[in-house]
Write a protein that binds this ligand. Structure first.
Ligand SMILES: [Zn+2]
Length: 215
């Protein structure tokens, strides 16, 4: 099974990726994690990518594609399939991916796009509070700490990440949709898109994804 998972931050993509990984025994390829591991390992690609990130610029398509291609061509991904998360982010990346997978005779089975209204996402994300010490994440509504403002695990003070302030979230969502909408359209035209309502519970969302795949 070869899948692409698309969704804005806060839509529950991580949960669904983990469930899909388990269901189909496939390997999740998260562009964010792959970037970080290349940078940490100080590979040529990692160093190149870092030079753009340090300048606050977007990593060019060619570098991103090369990093992902390395993983997609791995024995593990050929054998067990994969789930792409955070890639492709532009139509150029989607086109390059298509050419590569055609050559490998490993076409994408389905593109899952999870969406939810902006207000719901802002509510979900802005309720997150994190521990300054151990990194544990809480949520004011769904997973409150036992004592207000303190971590259950290590007693350290909790804080709202600057990324999780409502204005920052809205800005991130805007950037996400601007770059991703053309990619979603690209796959819709190819008849590969499965639109999923992300407002439901994680179990219902997963069921809807599976129903789409089985069709
Ligand atoms: Zn803690």
């Amino acid at each position: 099974m070869r899948l692409i998972l698309i969704g804005p931050p806060g839509v529950g993509k991580g949960t669904q990726a983990a469930l899909l990984e388990k269901e189909f025994g496939l390997k999740t390829l998260s562009s964010g994690l792959i970037f970080r591991s290349e940078i940490d390992a100080e590979t040529d690609l990692g160093r190149l990518a870092k030079s753009y990130i340090d300048r606050g610029e977007l990593v060019p398509n060619g570098i991103t594609i090369e990093m992902m291609a390395k993983r997609i061509r791995s024995e593990e991904c050929r054998k067990y399939g994969f789930l792409l998360d955070g890639f492709p982010r532009t139509v150029r990346q989607a086109e390059a991916l298509e050419v590569m997978l055609d050559e490998m005779e490993m076409p994408i089975d389905e593109v899952v796009s999870i969406h939810a209204p902006e207000d719901l996402i802002v509510r979900r994300l802005s309720g997150r509070i994190g521990c300054t010490k151990c990194g544990e994440i809480y949520h004011r509504d769904t997973k409150p700490p036992k004592r207000e403002g303190l971590c259950d695990k290590c007693n350290s003070p909790l804080f709202v990440r600057s990324d999780d302030q409502p204005d920052t979230i809205r800005e991130r969502l805007k950037t996400f949709y601007e770059s991703t909408e053309p990619v979603i359209q690209f796959y819709r035209e190819k008849g590969l898109l499965n639109d999923i309502d992300g407002t439901k519970s994680p179990e219902e969302v997963f069921r809807a994804i599976l129903d789409g795949i089985q069709k």
